[in-house]
Design a protein. Structure first.
Length: 358
């Protein structure tokens, strides 16, 4: 017996409101930052990355998030506006279809509202709200979300401890889901217990049907997408899609994988079994790209290394010169790509790269 899965939005609904696409579920890469050897913004390659994600079939892009490097906001760097603008302009002019544009917002309430206001000015559809706010309690985080929600729809974010996250209670997530401006929650605690708590809390809220769940658990992408969760009210809740740093690479393969997930959830049990077989392979790939062995120190350079191997980036440079690949990380990434070719999209990139870099 097959379990119900959310229907895709009609073309008319998605064209009228990109949030309909977000609700139905899609692939949203966390957009990297393209730098040259002097660590200056490389606008040509930055646009090429956006074109790559659009051509791969991603339904959205998330910009100004961890993978884009939070330091774009720093005085003297001042890249938040240029980077947000480049992605939005490229998507609006070249996608030819609905694309959900998500902007990351950080800091205390005043900063988060200001960043949301900038995103709204540039045509973004929603804000991914970072929970990394030192000293803020859960009540303060809720107040901040309410304030940001007056500017743009809000996507919540449960971030893992290793990169600045913290424990947030089920009561917080239920109250968060009940905010009228909340349209989705990205769960990325890299913790099965915390993930289950978020799902139960959303399912118990009065807005369970209005809040989409997105996996950010790069270590358990397929497990999240293939698991139906029974909510306290007895309904089934699926992850709609993913908003992931892992999907910033090999994105064409990620889009194909989400299509397979939908077919498996609709009743293709052979495909379900095959996806479950591949789930540990995807987790292994993420371990190499995200540098899990070294406490994620090389996670952003790891993303850059895949894109560099494909010719989309010139190097793995980050704004922080100390943020670099760990020893043997590049070799591990190459080994994974060779071992699991179903994950990669190298031929697709090679065919179109020159056009994206025009």
């Amino acid at each position: 017996m097959s379990l119900p899965t959310p229907a895709a939005p009609t073309a008319a609904a998605a064209a009228a409101d990109p949030l309909a696409l977000l609700a139905a579920g899609t692939v949203i890469p966390a957009h990297p930052l393209a730098l040259d050897a002097e660590r200056r913004l490389d606008e040509r390659r930055q646009r090429a990355l956006t074109r790559y994600y659009l051509a791969s079939g991603a339904g959205g892009i998330a910009v100004g998030v961890h993978t884009t490097q939070f330091a774009i906001r720093d005085a003297g760097v001042d890249l938040l506006r240029p980077v947000l603008a480049l992605a939005a302009e490229t998507a609006d002019k070249e996608a030819g279809r609905p694309v959900v544009k998500v902007a990351g917002a950080c800091g205390y309430t005043a900063q988060a509202v200001a960043e949301a206001t900038l995103a709204a000015e540039l045509g973004y559809d929603a804000v991914l709200l970072s929970p990394a706010v030192p000293g803020a309690d859960e009540a303060g985080l809720l107040e901040r979300a309410r304030a940001v929600g007056e500017v743009l729809p809000v996507i919540g974010f449960y971030l893992q401890d290793a990169v600045g996250g913290r424990y947030l209670s089920p009561a917080f997530w239920r109250a968060f889901a009940e905010l009228p401006s909340v349209v989705a929650i990205k769960t990325a605690p890299f913790d099965r217990y915390r993930t289950a708590e978020v799902i139960a809390a959303v399912g118990a809220s009065d807005r369970a049907a209005e809040v989409a769940l997105y996996t950010g658990n790069d270590d358990a992408i397929l497990s999240d997408l293939l698991t139906p969760y029974r909510t306290p009210g007895g309904d089934l809740k699926w992850f709609a899609g993913g908003l992931l740093g892992q999907w910033a690479v090999w994105t064409r393969g990620a889009v194909a994988m989400l299509a397979e997930v939908r077919a498996a959830r609709a009743g293709d049990h052979a495909l379900m079994t095959d996806l479950l077989r591949r789930a540990p392979q995807l987790s292994q790939a993420n371990a190499a790209v995200f540098d899990v062995r070294n406490a994620f120190r090389g996670c952003i350079p790891g993303v850059h290394e895949v894109l560099r191997r494909q010719g989309l980036l010139e190097g793995t440079w980050c704004l922080d010169p100390n943020e670099r690949l760990s020893p043997r990380q590049a070799e591990e990434i190459a080994s994974i790509a060779a071992a699991y070719p179903w994950l990669t999209d190298d031929a697709f990139v090679a065919e179109h790269r020159d056009d994206w870099l025009r």
